[in-house]
Design a binder for this molecule. Sequence first.
Ligand code: NAG
Length: 401
Amino acid sequence: MAELIFNTCLNYLVLALCIFMLLSDLPSPATAASVQYNVVSLGAKADGKTDSSKAFLSAWASACGSTSAATVYVPQGQFLVRSASFVGPCKNSAITVRIDGTLVAPSDYSVNGNGGNWILFRDVTGLSVLGGILNGQGTGLWACKLSGKSCPGGATNLEISNSKNVLVSGLSSLNSQMFHIVINACQNVKMQGVKVSASGTSPNTDGIHIGASTGVTILNSKIGTGDDCVSIGPGSNNLWIQNIACGPGHGISIGSLGKDQQEDGVQNVTVNTVTFTGTQNGVRIKSWAKPSNSFARNILFQHAIMNGVQNPIIIDQNYCPENSGCPNQASGVRVSDVTYQDIHGTSATEVAVKFDCSSTYPCSGIKMQDVKLTYQNQVATASCTHAGGTASGTEQPSSCL
Ligand SMILES: *[C@@H]1O[C@H](CO)[C@@H](O)[C@H](O)[C@H]1NC(C)=O
């Protein structure tokens, strides 16, 4: 009798547990319920020389076509992949691409160099790219560009376009032919623990470029490259960039803005806790010296350390390469409400703070709070043209606002 009661109880317990699990929708999509497509099972070879593109695309097709959460799994090893587009919309909104190995681009730049992208995700809602190394093998194309020959534009290592609810975590991007990572026309993207590495002399190898996107967070990342560590293009807002090591490279840049007459502006950007080492710029806002309806506003640069940076704080509204197509040399871009707070360290040039604003639309609402920058162990200088605002706290160099 006791045994019967015990068994009955056990059954009820199991039933209760099952109901609980059903109600709370367990197991969670990211773990046990996720179907997994291993690229090796689909024919990829971890030898670094067999073209594995087809296996990657077929794993994607299965994951994207799955009606429940799905994982593309890339085991350890080197996988040669040609330019590949992983395109939605998908039948589920919880796709994980888990990479334990390295994706290697063809070293011959004529294979990928004209297509603009190497690895592309487009039209996906709910994507996590976890781990992995992307080796763009860009050195051949850089050499071509630096020699002044005519060369292909090059491919971006990773572009995520037209997508929503994206996580990129623990990814390394090496030697991209062109920009390393591009976030284009996306909403709600989080990137963390990303490493970008390319030579300080490599041309156009921006670390992370954000364009036309809303709600992008970049955390705890290390970027060393030949162009901007992070660049922010037109139509981007609600960005949060925190805890970044930048260098070598050209710094963190909003712009270039105002290339086009009709252009979406940039607003609500926070750049917080960045160390710049040996970079061309620290925090920069840059615009073309020509008519435009674009703007940059509500920008906060906070807690930055400059180590031998050429232009630690700079607004440059006189960008006009080769001095062509910039009538009157005045930018239409309105720059307003930009705060520089707790920024200190060393400048590699005498002018550590440079506000070179538009004569038609002077910069307004610039706030400097606790800025201390030295040049060769002396106080550096500041230069203001068409810039208005206020300064408080420590100001070295003394404010020219
Ligand atoms: C500004 O962006 C942050 C994210 O970086 C967001 O949390 C905040 O709500 C945004 N503020 C406005 C006014 O949109």
